[in-house]
Design a protein around this ligand. Sequence first.
Ligand SMILES: Nc1nc2c(c(=O)[nH]1)N[C@H]1C(S)=C(S)[C@@H](COP(=O)(O)OP(=O)(O)OC[C@H]3O[C@@H](n4cnc5c(=O)[nH]c(N)nc54)[C@H](O)[C@@H]3O)O[C@H]1N2
Ligand SMILES: Nc1nc2c(c(=O)[nH]1)N[C@H]1C(S)=C(S)[C@@H](COP(=O)(O)OP(=O)(O)OC[C@H]3O[C@@H](n4cnc5c(=O)[nH]c(N)nc54)[C@H](O)[C@@H]3O)O[C@H]1N2
Ligand SMILES: [Mo]
Length: 767
Amino acid sequence: MNKNTKIPNSENPEAFTGLELGEPKETAAGIPAVISSAKHIFSEMGIGRGLKALSSLNQKGGIDCPGCAWPDPDDDRSGIAEYCENGAKAIAEEATTKKLDAKFFAENSVYNLSQLDDYRIGKKGRVAQPMYLAKDATHYTQISWEDAFAKIATHLNVLASPNEAVFYTSGRTSNEAAFLYQLFVREYGTNNLPDCSNMCHESSGVALSETVGIGKGSVKLEDFYNTEVILILGQNPGTNHPRMLSALKKAKETGATIISINPIVETGLLNFANPQEIKGALGIKSKLTDIYLQVKINGDMALLKALMYLMLEAEEKSKGNVFDLDFIKNSTANFDAFIANIKAQNFEMLVKESGVPLQQIISVANILITKKKIIACWAMGLTQHKNAVETIQDVVNILLLKGSIGKPGAGTCPVRGHSNVQGDRTMGIYEKPSTQFLENIKRVFDFTPPQEHGLDVVECIQAMHNKTAKVFIAMGGNFLSATPDTEFTAQALRNCALTVHVSTKLNRSHLITGEEALILPCLARTDIEEINGERQFISVENSMGVVSMSKGTLKPISNNLMSEAAIVCHLAKATLQNKSKVNWDLYLQHNDNIREDIEKIIPGFDAYNIRVRKPEGFYLPNRARINEYKTKSGKANFTVSHVSSIPLQPHEYLMMTIRSHDQFNTTIYGLDDRYRGIYNERRVILMNKKDMEKAGLQQKQIVDIYNYHNGVKRVAHQFIVIEFNIPEQCVATYFPETNVLVPINSTADKSNTPTSKSVVVEIKKVK
Ligand SMILES: Nc1nc2c(c(=O)[nH]1)N[C@H]1C(S)=C(S)[C@@H](COP(=O)(O)OP(=O)(O)OC[C@H]3O[C@@H](n4cnc5c(=O)[nH]c(N)nc54)[C@H](O)[C@@H]3O)O[C@H]1N2
Ligand SMILES: Nc1nc2c(c(=O)[nH]1)N[C@H]1C(S)=C(S)[C@@H](COP(=O)(O)OP(=O)(O)OC[C@H]3O[C@@H](n4cnc5c(=O)[nH]c(N)nc54)[C@H](O)[C@@H]3O)O[C@H]1N2
Ligand SMILES: [Mo]
């Protein structure tokens, strides 16, 4: 930027939008959900296009919903549409008819766009042609695809080492594109493949790999209909996985007890009215949660240990009637050390640390003592803490005590986020690839991929910040807004020579750039993809390891979009030229050609092209599901850990950054959080009444929020205090507005996931 250019805003502007408050709701979905989705769909895409997309959503052979990774039912998909309100909103955002071409970018400078909040940026629409931001330029200008690829190639080829480039992936990318992307990056010469998983379920992957030998969950959807107890920890499915509510309802009908563990009472966990059933449409609700434990933020480990303490006491009184001793003997390791650790716990301390009333802990323990088939579900409320890996391992410990894994109706269920985040990892989007995976690449493609591990998200931000990484390429996502410590990350991106985004929609990461920047617009899940006149499909893997096809049905909004897979092929050809051992042209001719090579490298994809064409797709192998554990011990491992709570001064609070009902990560659909009764405003901080009184804060008081981790002052300005049912010294705000407060160097042990759910903050009145 030259001296006269204003620096674009890295953060959301601090203006309020007009808070309105209502009562938190008691029932999720029902008719209000249908009305809400219709409003979003028709305003973005018009009625014809909207109905076309909805009618094929999550139908066999149709579009896989880009919303979340919850699986489709194998047999009983709704005849009308197997979608949810928030899936419909995801489709409306993606399939919008608003398009951004060279004229739009000529009229809007990068600085002016950065003055908008994420909601307004997103509402601008889909990027319709490749755009280029030259050094010191104030506006993006059009560029041909060929020139864009040549520019990236030049930048990549002048680097002193391939490790000076980083290649991010968000979780919507198809299996086909993800496979080609990692292949290109590894042939180019680096394992710098950070992805959104590093900020999401990485802690689950690490915890599960160490204990049960596979980083994915073990349950199938049908296990929900054959279980006795479902634990739901740190997850808000009513908003983030609404189709899970149908499964929970069905589980209840077959006799399951649901126990929810969450600092706030989430509407979606209380009651559900299924809008796809007559009863639900009439507003007749089904109760979901039986016992709701309002744990303190990060009090989960203490709670789980307290439960296991009581289970152990009961087992000692009645040997073999609580624990599954056969399973423990035959299938697990480290049991004795684990038991010694539980015995040594101070039960009263555990109860206190958990924040849950003793009587409720006893009630839940009694259920776990008597039942034999348990499913544990969890999401970001467990994964984004310093002790996330160990907490998840305590969830596994409970399952192991009960033999609740590797049999029907029981097991682990980390509920994934992005619709193909699990598939991307399976395809090799991983900065720490296994040697087996790298050997397979070498065997099939005849080049030696780099063996040294690459950088994850946090490490790559640090590398860009200290200028050891100079080129940043993103396959989807909104890196700046999704990552921690916004100002620090903004500087990291500004330090780059080139930043490139393969994107559907405009977002803030296009505005905070390296010296030069490119936006490469790609086809989305809903778009028709054609090669030589033949319709193509892509494939994805859901949260339960089912691979299935997804075929777009809508006419792309512009002729100048390219599929992600084609973008990778052209980029690889431009960068590697005739040095490449890979036949990229072959992949450009048909997506089947890509799948044929995936099959040669990645286990479980035999006859990929045949099986993926089956309407219901196919399951990937999962040994934990069949009671086999690919760990060093060859058994499922009990683990030992200790509760270490985060010390808080009286004026400090533990803040969780969570999603509202009207957003998909950094894409803000609207300004309401209907279930929590908060409307038309995102700059809010939810607080306990007693804390407000102690601190002299009134309802709707305007405050600034501070974090001082490692002596660095971070501040988020202008938030409105709202009294909420949340444990004392716990507060909640929305992501991404408060990412500015999440310290870059506060991450989970072992998984390096930013601790977005336990940010220590101070709250100060604005004078
Ligand atoms: N509509 C919609 N769908 C989505 C997304 C979206 O943004 N919008 N995002 C997708 C993605 S990428 C993901 S990863 C998932 C995220 O899905 P979730 O993990 O459900 O999302 P969060 O809003 O982060 O909610 C975390 C929940 O954990 C609770 N929580 C926070 N801290 C703690 C804690 O210390 N202990 C316990 N027990 N609970 C805690 C919060 O109160 C909240 O209910 O959803 C996916 N689906
Ligand atoms: N404070 C805080 N921070 C968090 C979290 C939190 O709970 N709290 N959650 C974390 C989690 S769980 C996650 S997963 C990350 C999410 O991080 P990201 O995945 O990086 O963020 P998204 O907001 O999902 O990315 C949205 C952008 O993706 C692009 N896009 C959408 N569809 C497509 C497509 O089909 N192809 C391509 N190429 N681009 C597409 C659009 O341009 C859109 O603007 O954020 C993390 N950050
Ligand atoms: Mo996620």
